[in-house]
Design a protein around this ligand. Sequence first.
Ligand code: 3PG
Length: 419
Amino acid sequence: MRISNLISIDQFDYFNKTVLLRVDINSPIDVKTKKIINENRIQKSIPTIKALIDNGAKLAIIAHQGDTLDYQNLIPLYEHAEKLSLYLGITVHYVDDVAGPEAQNQIKKLQSGEAVLLGNLRYLSEEVSTFENTVKLNAQEMLQTHLIRGLAPLIDIYVNDAFATAHRNSPSMVAFQELKPSAAGILLYEEITNLNKVMQNPERPSVFVVGGAKISDAFGMMKEVLSSGSADHILTCGITGEIMLIASGFNLGSIKEQFLKNRQLDIFIEYAKKYLQDYGEKISVPVDLAYCKDGKRQEILTKKLPAEHMFKDIGSHTIEHYRAVIKKARTLFVNGPPGVYEEPEFSTGTRKLLKTIAAADGFTVIGGGDTVTAATKFIDLKNIDYVCTGGGAMIQYLSGQQLPLINSLEKAFKRDSIC
Ligand code: 3PG
């Protein structure tokens, strides 16, 4: 998509205006203490918040925390407000109400340059991630939801900076744009600009490292970057690499193949065959794999397969081959760790490839929860040119699919540039 079709935040005058800002500060939470364990998204939301406050906005911030499948993460946002206050150097008040009387009162009381963070959006059933699948309202129909009815009458301008939630067709993401002048925040611009560098005319050679266990993400993205020509080379690893091996005619042995079947991952073998048939010269598959025997890491060449092991990492020959390709790349994108990096003896592939990527001359982008967590463990993130805050949203964008948030901001852009 073209960012020229969005209204940037410098297009409006915010002085004394009530502004509603949607951010994504959904953060990993420690199961026991319920404390935030990674502040990356909070930090990345600061430039837009600061710009709005510095320009005299009366700022109400909305955000979600947690998902419905992982209930322990659905918590109030007190700590998020504390962290925002620390980064901004001003107090961001918190009210544990999303769009009811208390939230409305707090918004009405705001003075120019003040900010309040409202309650966790996912207290509202309208906002949960299954919304788009089960109810499927369009943005106009969403105007009847509690959130929009409660907050829209109080605000002058809507700003969205939540790229990581851009794939969610929920009221907080797509409906305020129907009613209010709407702008894209600084982070949203930054994310799209950097992902576009990977997708549109990347510097060549352009290399994608695709690992991890989220196979549907990996396959959707591979299809797009191979067919569009964005990828010159795909280095497959993790479960993606194993599916590619099976599609290339290797028999991984009954333990691993049953494991893939039990998780219904074998359905991707047919797609893998097609990709190999159409773009085989661009796709590398592992030449060796690592497994555990008597508590120790062992490796086996794929040409010696089948073998009855639970493979958990790429082997040292694959690592060396992939490192050589990475060193020559001018554009590098990484999604999904190559191995079970949480177990020290199977972290070698992930650690070595990430270190090579961090030292590479090319433009480097990483994204996705697992990849960023692994990178935080093994390298200094400062050595990566761009760390995307998105997981699902990033993959959807890189898979060439439409993002509801972007569509709604483009619609507002068209409406407001005609007026
Ligand atoms: C994310 O963590 O990917 C975003 O915050 C969206 O969250 P969700 O996948 O629970 O909708």
